[in-house]
Design a protein around this ligand. Structure first.
Ligand code: 5AD
Ligand code: SF4
Length: 460
């Protein structure tokens, strides 16, 4: 999943109890933070912009790379002082994947934390808050409970805006050598289609015009169909596309192995399914792909891209790459560069391999020195940046469909997203927010595009 910067949820209302949530990591964590706020709303918690004086602070953490736990501990150090300033009244909770992976360590190192909860137990938060307030001791919930958390979460209370996320699948059974997700999020689980369609209808009723279906391995989704059988993601997308009021659909993140015929045909047949696909490949070397336990070759990926592009010729691709996986040689890295050249990506994320305790690659021989990882990352990012710049430059002068999502940074400006997720700003009335319009691109900036509305031709 794509990374986001630490984000703060804010929707101030009449404060009774104030809840501040800090979110790291992927879009699913952003979604989860919203659901945790929803679950606490009946207890009187409303969102607060800052942690100062809050009754409760939740850190929703990410463990995928880097010094995740260290970031959490340094934030906890800051919050400890705020908690002391409230006479110990503030409830401090650590949620998400660091909580799942290092729950006991968190309580040992930061005994002032009240609640540690894994991603599968959010629906039990009210009970944990009650226990923490009563007992005074720490509450830890990092099991994978037998009941389905989605059955126990309230309907979404907080509107998400013009573009919304909807979790359809969680967990992963792929066990890539480097990845903590199968351990922190557990086994693959798909929500039933009816529940997803009902949630989508609620989002649309509250103004959402674009929905991104989320899952750690979203295209492995296989949920109970409304008529009894089982659907795959292609069929679900068809059902979603027929919902009145919904203009755009996306899904993330996919595994190349789970891209089936029905899903490729959905790209061919559904104009509302955006022609932009995030399809991580991680490496272009078959030797490393095998070591990574990815279960596909570089050639499998290239052939898949060909099939997708035949189905939807305007499809643009995004991907994830890891450099310096244990055992990666110069020749392996050269194969990654070759794959990038042969596909041509509209944008991509690339990372240095970061050993995750408990994963097979962490203890594997042939760990690559840090300086070599940095050198490879720089080379790869240079190549990817060039491809992204060329993709954006090619948009100049063309007409693109833009869904407007909010006001821009400058007065009179509004911003939206192209089909390819590029931010696009124009000077127009805010009444267009929530609408999709044709825009002629007139300028390309480093991280965005700008243009002017294409005036609709008056019918004779
Ligand atoms: N080290 C570096 N990158 C990683 N990713 C996942 N685990 C690791 C790791 N241990 C990257 C993968 C994945 C993305 C979400 O994060 O590229 O697709
Ligand atoms: Fe991690 Fe691999 Fe599963 Fe993606 S497919 S979540 S990289 S184990």
């Amino acid at each position: 999943m794509n990374e986001t910067q630490p984000a703060v949820t804010s929707h101030e209302a009449t404060p009774r109890k104030r809840l501040h949530v800090i979110t790291w990591g992927c879009q699913m964590n952003v979604y989860d933070s919203g659901r945790m706020s929803d679950v606490l709303a009946p207890l009187g918690y409303t969102a607060a912009d800052t942690p100062e004086g809050a009754d409760m602070v939740i850190l929703n953490t990410c463990h995928i790379r880097d010094k995740a736990a260290e970031k959490v501990f340094s934030e906890l150090g800051r919050l400890r002082r705020l908690k002391e300033a409230t006479g110990g009244h503030m409830i401090l909770a650590v949620a998400g994947c660091v909580a799942q992976a290092e729950g006991r360590e968190i309580l040992a190192r930061a005994p002032y934390v009240d609640i540690v909860l894994g991603p599968q137990t959010y629906h039990r938060l009210p009970e944990m808050v009650a226990r923490a307030s009563r007992a005074g001791g720490a509450v830890i919930e990092t099991d994978f409970p037998a009941e389905d958390k989605f059955d126990h979460l309230p309907e979404q209370a907080t509107p998400q805006g013009v573009t919304a996320f909807l979790t359809v699948q969680e967990g992963c059974d792929k066990f890539c050598s480097f990845c903590v997700v199968p351990y922190t999020r557990g086994a693959e689980q798909s929500r039933p289609a009816a529940a997803i369609l009902a949630e989508a209808q609620r989002l649309i009723a509250r103004g959402s015009r674009e929905i991104t279906l989320l899952g750690q391995n979203v295209n492995a989704w296989h949920g109970a169909a409304p008529d009894g059988g089982t659907w795959g993601l292609g069929t679900l997308l068809r059902a979603m596309a027929s919902l009145p009021g919904l203009l755009r659909l996306r899904y993330a993140t996919s595994h190349p192995r789970d891209m089936d015929v029905a899903l490729i045909e959905a790209h061919r047949d559904l104009p509302g399914l955006m022609p932009f696909l995030h399809l991580p490949v991680q490496s272009g070397s078959d030797r490393i792909l095998t070591a990574m336990n990815r279960k596909h070759t570089a050639d499998d990926y290239l052939r898949l891209v060909d099939r997708l592009r035949s189905a939807r010729p305007d499809l643009a691709l995004s991907s994830d790459f890891i450099v310096g996986h244990p055992g990666e040689t110069d020749a392996d890295f050269a194969a990654t560069l070759a794959l990038v050249r042969s596909v041509g990506f509209a944008q991509a994320y690339s990372f240095k391999y970061s050993p995750r305790p408990g994963t097979p690659a962490a203890g594997a021989p042939g760990q690559v020195p840090e300086v070599e990882k940095s050198r490879r990352l720089q080379a790869l990012q240079g190549l990817l940046r060039g491809q992204q710049d060329r993709f954006n430059a090619a948009c100049n002068g063309t007409v693109m469909d833009v869904l407007f999502t909010g006001r821009g940074r400058h007065p009179g400006q509004i911003v939206g997203r192209s089909q390819y997720l590029q931010p696009i700003h124009i000077t127009e009335s805010a009444s267009l927010i929530g609408e999709e319009r044709a825009v002629r691109i007139r300028d390309v900036h480093p991280n965005s595009l700008s243009g002017t509305l294409v005036q609709e031709r008056l019918s004779a």
